[in-house]
Design a protein around this ligand. Structure first.
Ligand code: HGY
Ligand code: MN
Ligand code: MN
Length: 400
């Protein structure tokens, strides 16, 4: 008897839907479970109980990442925290798939699989924070001073689950990490394919920027005398799109996703604008060249418009390649269970696997996202596709 015989897709789906109910947004299948929120902590407590029921030893690290430990061997998992408007599968899929495979393995007498839900993968405080700390990309000290958009520090947030927190889990007990995730993009869905085996994960840079001008009366302040911080952002954005044209490729992305205008009133010239500046690419040199262009465009814009410029700490992760041995186990399983309906591909989304790759061999397998939608309540995948991806990951683990 192997885990393939005890693997229970219905139990896997039931756990996925149970987790979806914790922090349900009430819109579609969406969830609202930001790191350290009541819903996130409730979700982690629920997961701890499910891990214990499966016979795994539960350990929560100081940051709030939840581990279900078996004997030394492979680590499976992802994250259960969500974006402010999250989908039910982003992260949760990988944790529950890992739980189901570890549980089925134990029922078949195999106890060398462990499961993890990393904390704050969605970066309320930074970029894949929990696994960055565990993987050594970020010290706990530095992380504790990071703040979210409301100014709350990670230290204060993680204190909300201090009663659960224990020591960091020793990475040396794991021989590798496999993470299942939804693609969060359009390619598998468009091609009608079942799974993607990830070749590499792009790198990322993320920093906060503040432009300060002069708050003033929107009626009496002539245009040529204004030091309008919003106009600064608008001017920077136009200049940036023009300057980046020479260094980017069709797969390079850059996003200003969070903007706060102060004082945000119709009859007041904005005095201050704070915004997030994020960019991603598969090439570290290109990420660095983009940083230089971004900083140059920011200072040129600030000077030209009489604004002051402040940039926060630059957070980032380098592009990482998946382990060939783990990856080929996934590819053989995909060929066996979905012949002609799988591909190898890059990941434009960041994942905990990037940080874990500093410690051990890692690999990822994608399930399709309907219409390529993610980071939105509408995120979804057909249950049949979820179960196909589960079977393929289980077959790969069974072979390892
Ligand atoms: O943004 C990302 O790539 C991840 O989904 N947090
Ligand atoms: Mn994710
Ligand atoms: Mn995400």
């Amino acid at each position: 008897m192997t885990l393939m015989t005890t693997l229970n897709p219905d139990r896997f789906l039931a756990d996925l839907h149970a987790l979806r109910g914790i922090g349900a947004s009430g819109v579609g299948k969406g969830v609202i479970r930001p790191a350290y929120s009541d819903a996130d902590i409730a979700g982690r407590r629920w997961l701890m109980a499910r891990m214990a029921a499966a016979g795994l030893r539960v350990q929560v690290d100081p940051v709030g990442s939840v581990f279900g430990l078996g004997d030394p061997g492979l680590l499976l998992g992802s994250h259960t925290d969500s974006q402010p408007q999250g989908g039910w599968l982003d992260g949760a899929l990988g944790v529950i798939a890992g739980l189901e495979i570890a549980r089925a393995a134990r029922e078949a007498g195999r106890n060398d699989l462990s499961v993890v839900s990393f904390q704050d993968e969605e970066g309320r405080f930074g970029v894949t924070t929990g696994s960055a700390i565990w993987g050594g990309n970020l010290t706990l000290d530095k992380a504790d001073s990071l703040t979210d958009h409301t100014g709350t520090t990670l230290a204060d947030a993680r204190a909300r689950m201090a009663d659960l927190a224990g020591a960091f889990v020793e990475p040396a007990q794991f021989s590798g990490f496999i993470e299942m995730h939804i693609e969060q993009g359009p390619w598998l869905d468009q091609a009608g394919e079942n799974v993607g085996v990830v070749r590499d994960i792009v790198g990322i840079r993320d920093m906060r920027v503040t432009l300060r001008g002069q708050q003033n009366h929107a009626g009496t302040t002539p245009m040529h005398l204004r030091r309008d911080a919003f106009q600064g952002l608008a001017g920077f954005n136009t200049l940036l799109n023009d300057r980046l044209r020479n260094v980017v490729t069709p797969s390079t992305v850059w996003t200003i996703g969070h903007v706060s205008v102060s004082p945000n009133a119709s009859s007041i010239v904005p005095g201050t604008v704070s915004f997030s500046m994020q960019w991603r690419d598969g090439d570290s040199d290109r990420l660095n060249r983009m940083e230089a262009i971004i900083r140059e465009a920011l200072s040129e814009t600030a000077t030209a418009r009489g604004l002051t410029l402040e940039t926060g700490p630059l957070l980032g992760l380098e592009p990482v390649a998946m382990d060939t041995r783990l990856r080929s186990a996934l590819e053989s399983a995909a060929e066996a269970h979905a012949p002609g309906k799988w591909r190898t591909m890059s990941s434009g989304a960041l994942h905990d696997a990037t940080n874990v790759a500093r410690l051990m061999p890692v690999a990822m397998v994608f399930a399709p996202s309907i219409d390529g939608i993610s980071h939105d309540f509408a995120e979804d995948t057909a249950e049949e596709d979820l179960c196909t991806a589960l079977k393929i990951m289980a077959a790969a683990v069974d072979a390892l």
